[in-house]
Design a protein around this ligand. Structure first.
Ligand code: NAP
Length: 338
């Protein structure tokens, strides 16, 4: 099969298509002929050997947590009727039994296990779900990791309710666009930040009530003004750094903040008084359980939501897709057609 094999950390150009042996499904697994994959920022961290992946890695790996395709083989113990089905893959591997947090065996597809930038993949049969029938393979592939992360952050962790005001920071990001859609679907009033006025306009078209540009405006002051002076009830953040600290500052008393990432780095200065005096709830969140994946996917199937796809590029242009993500050029998900 053809696959993008990462042999060591480096710039985007290290992502090249190679011919390698087809993976065969072991017991309890299926093989999927992938039709589309999608990028997540995690892929950039791994490829460049930065963030949580600064230590590099010891063996070549195929990146990619998101994929959709058709089941082409079933391993021992798997229902052969799965063969021929169009599916989308849940990248949360071995989440475990508890809803509260993942278990010790938890892994994310695409590192260390081979991922979806490939014509074919083997995954546990329990991780494949029927592709929403109204969506293309490219749209379906855009959903899994980002949709799951956003669903858990907005629904399970922050418990967003109709009528609340929710701030989603950095709206151009893959997860952020899902958070906006899901919070708006719940009946929340959603505000956003972005480094681009064009992305703020696109967010409004998607249902955001307003937003602020963190490059050209005092975004925190603008957001408070848009909230009528009290600040948002909930913040969904992955920017981290100073953005996280200021977001806690502007929450209304009793507010909640869900953090799922630190794109801009660690929080350097944090005023604890903002947390305790205002009775703020700080929520950490990562990926999600199989139950959450199913509930999230239903929103993009029967629920009528559609993922925001920024651009579809051929697998051969994985490097160009990584560069676009590094420059934060995208609005929504970058997809690779296979
Ligand atoms: N814990 C988990 O389970 C989990 C899951 C998924 C992702 N993550 C993490 O979450 C982050 C986002 O992932 P992703 O795949 O959605 O990435 P992405 O598509 O590359 O989005 C990143 C976005 O961050 C925004 N940003 C950059 N600097 C900012 C700043 N100073 N203030 C506010 N926003 C800023 C940009 O938004 P604009 O373009 O609008 O300016 C950019 O588009 C990454 O750090 C990733 O590792 C964690």
């Amino acid at each position: 099969m053809r696959a993008v094999v990462l042999r060591g950390p480096g710039p985007a150009e290290v992502l090249r298509v190679e011919e390698i042996a087809d993976p065969e499904p072991a017991a309890g697994e299926v093989a999927v002929r992938l039709r589309a994959a999608a990028l997540n920022h995690r892929d950039v961290w791994i490829r460049s050997g930065t963030g949580a992946y600064a230590g590099g890695f010891s063996k070549p790996v195929i990146l990619g947590s998101d994929g959709a395709g058709v089941v082409v083989a079933a391993g021992a113990g798997v229902d052969p009727a799965l063969v021929g089905r169009a599916v989308v893959i849940n990248p949360s591997l071995d989440w475990g039994e508890a809803d509260a947090a993942q278990g010790p065996g938890f892994k994310i597809l695409g590192f260390p296990d081979d991922g979806t930038y490939a014509e074919r993949i083997r995954v546990p049969a329990r991780n494949v779900y029927a592709k929403p029938s109204g969506l293309s393979f490219e749209e379906a592939a855009a959903i899994p990791l980002a949709g799951l992360t956003a669903y858990r952050a907005v629904v399970s962790r922050a418990g967003v309710r109709a009528g609340e005001t929710v701030l989603v920071t950095g709206i151009g990001g893959g997860v952020s666009t899902f958070a906006l859609q899901i919070a708006a679907h719940l009946g929340a009033r959603v505000l956003v930040t972005s480094g681009s006025d064009a992305k703020l306009a696109r967010a409004r078209a998607l249902g955001a009530a307003g937003g602020a540009n963190y490059r050209t405006q005092d975004w925190a002051r603008e957001i408070v003004a848009l909230c009528g002076g009290q600040g948002p009830d909930v913040v969904i953040d992955s920017a981290g750094g100073d953005t996280f600290a200021r977001a806690v500052d502007i929450l209304r008393p009793g507010g909640r903040i869900a953090s799922y990432g630190a794109t801009t780095g660690p929080v350097k200065e944090f005023v604890l008084r903002s947390l305790f005096w205002k009775q703020v709830t700080l929520l950490g969140t990562t990926m999600g359980s199989p139950r959450e994946f199913e509930a999230m996917l239903a929103l993009y199937d029967r629920g009528g939501l559609r993922p925001v796809v920024d651009r579809v590029l051929p697998l051969e242009e994985a490097a160009a897709a990584h560069r676009r993500m590094e420059e934060a050029g995208q609005f929504g998900k970058l997809v690779l057609r296979i």
